[in-house]
Design a protein around this ligand. Structure first.
Ligand code: AKG
Length: 431
């Protein structure tokens, strides 16, 4: 087993129920959001016991046979479950969407659980968790706005953030078999930014979450007992004119054990026009992003990432660059610049970071994977039973060593994939 990581990040811990002192608390929070886009919150009101139950219910889902889970999979009407090998060989997840968390959970529970009692418990727990995360998100966003200027929260929270909505993703990482051989572990979830305004993450005690510094290095975010991790997503980066940073992050698996996390994404409504207010941009500064419709951005990410599972790390800056390309106008870019972003994608795939990549299996962004096989009449190929069966047989035969089953893995991914629609730039045109 590898030794504990040396370079882990000390993030501020914000007590969400205490008034924050502007000179100390708010300024260290603002600094962390500008530099890393990550911080911890304490006093969030969710007990360890509650997480233990959520974890146990989630475990019941992920322990089901693949066939059972695929009843909620990418080609089912529910499309809540993302199987292994889409984002990485070790990653699978289940989505529960708001605002009606109960019925979203029930959609999955009805096809996954035979026992009525478990079904009801699952729906009840996720309803409560989703509702509490939504309340928490609203509270956190208010605090973040107050980092941007004295009256920003008062002036803009109701007007701009009142219609935000959220969804949950339950993430399960299975143990990487031969991780002892590797110095740095394997990638459980590839580099990405979140498409949200903010994300609230519960991670278990295993660790492995890493954030990418502006210089391109990876830094660990160690689990911190009793706290949740919060990170800024692309939408808030754009709305704050880059003052709040949406950082690339990933999950690295270093131990031959399972890992569990729960991510809650708090997002603008689809038809929201995202534009940094003049007051937030500040006198003498330029707007870094042209106004855009939230759904156009989501579509951009999904279109570009779906069906290309080797893809890593598209961001709102790439979207801005696509706008620029499509309109032939100059647009300056936050967060290190488009070129840096483009380079980083290339280098992530080619340089020796010391981290073994699960070749062509590293893609993921929030929101893209749950709809990998979203219906597009012309596009979606059917998962044939045979693709799944062949993969399962091969993995059984080789004791879970997916590298020996590359052909079957590729066939499986292909069967979840769809043809990329011919690029229409229409939806990228800003106002
Ligand atoms: O599992 C984790 O710790 C991070 C998950 C994540 O980044 C995501 O779900 O977008």
């Amino acid at each position: 087993m590898s030794s504990p990581p040396e370079n882990s990040l000390q993030l501020p811990v914000m007590d969400i129920h205490q008034p924050l002192l502007p000179s100390t608390d708010l300024s260290s929070l603002a600094e962390a959001c500008k530099e890393w886009g990550f911080f911890h919150i304490a006093n969030h009101g969710i007990s360890e016991e509650f997480y233990r139950k959520l974890r146990s219910l989630s475990h019941q889902v992920f322990s089901l046979p693949t066939d059972a889970k695929l009843r909620a999979g990418p080609l089912s009407p529910i499309r809540a479950y993302t199987p292994h090998f889409i984002a990485s060989p070790f990653f699978e997840s289940l989505r529960v969407s708001g605002p009606d968390y109960y019925s979203s959970a029930k959609g999955s529970a009805d096809v996954l659980f035979d026992q009525q009692e478990t079904n009801t418990e699952f729906c009840r727990m996720f309803l409560e968790y989703g509702t509490r995360m939504a309340e928490l998100s609203a509270r956190i966003v208010r605090v973040l706005l107050s980092c941007l200027g004295d009256d920003v929260e008062k002036k803009y929270y109701e007007a701009e953030f009142r219609r935000c909505h959220g969804y949950l993703r339950v993430n399960s990482y299975s143990p990487p078999g031969d991780v002892q051989e590797e110095e740095e572990g394997v990638e459980g979830l590839g580099m990405h930014t979140d498409m949200s305004c903010i994300t609230i993450l519960y991670q278990d005690e295993i660790g492995g979450l890493q954030v990418r510094s502006r210089e391109g290095g990876w830094v660990d975010i160690q689990p911190c007992e009793g706290t949740l991790v919060v990170n800024i997503g692309d939408l808030l980066q754009a709305w704050s004119n880059g003052q709040l940073r949406s950082s690339q992050h990933r999950v690295v698996l270093r131990q031959p054990v399972s890992r569990f996390s729960l991510a809650f994404f708090w997002c603008f409504e689809d038809d929201k026009v995202v534009e940094a207010p003049e007051e937030v941009v500040g006198k003498g500064s330029r707007k870094l992003y042209r106004p855009f419709v939230c759904l156009d951005y989501v579509r951009f990410r999904e279109t570009i990432e779906k069906g290309r599972f080797e893809k890593v790390g598209y961001t709102v800056d790439d979207f801005a660059a696509a706008l620029q390309d499509s309109e032939g106008r100059e647009l300056s870019i936050a967060n290190g610049g488009v070129e840096e972003q483009r380079e980083s994608k290339i280098s992530d795939q080619t340089t020796a970071s010391g981290l073994r990549k699960s070749r062509r299996c590293t893609a993921l962004t929030a929101g893209s994977m749950e709809s990998v096989a979203e219906k597009s009449e012309s596009g979606v190929k059917k998962i044939s039973a045979c693709d799944v069966e062949a993969l399962k047989r091969c993995l059984d035969e080789h004791k879970g060593d997916y590298k020996k089953c590359q052909t079957e893995v590729e066939a499986f991914k292909l069967s979840c994939s769809f043809k990329k629609p011919s690029p229409s730039q229409d939806h990228l045109k800003g106002s």
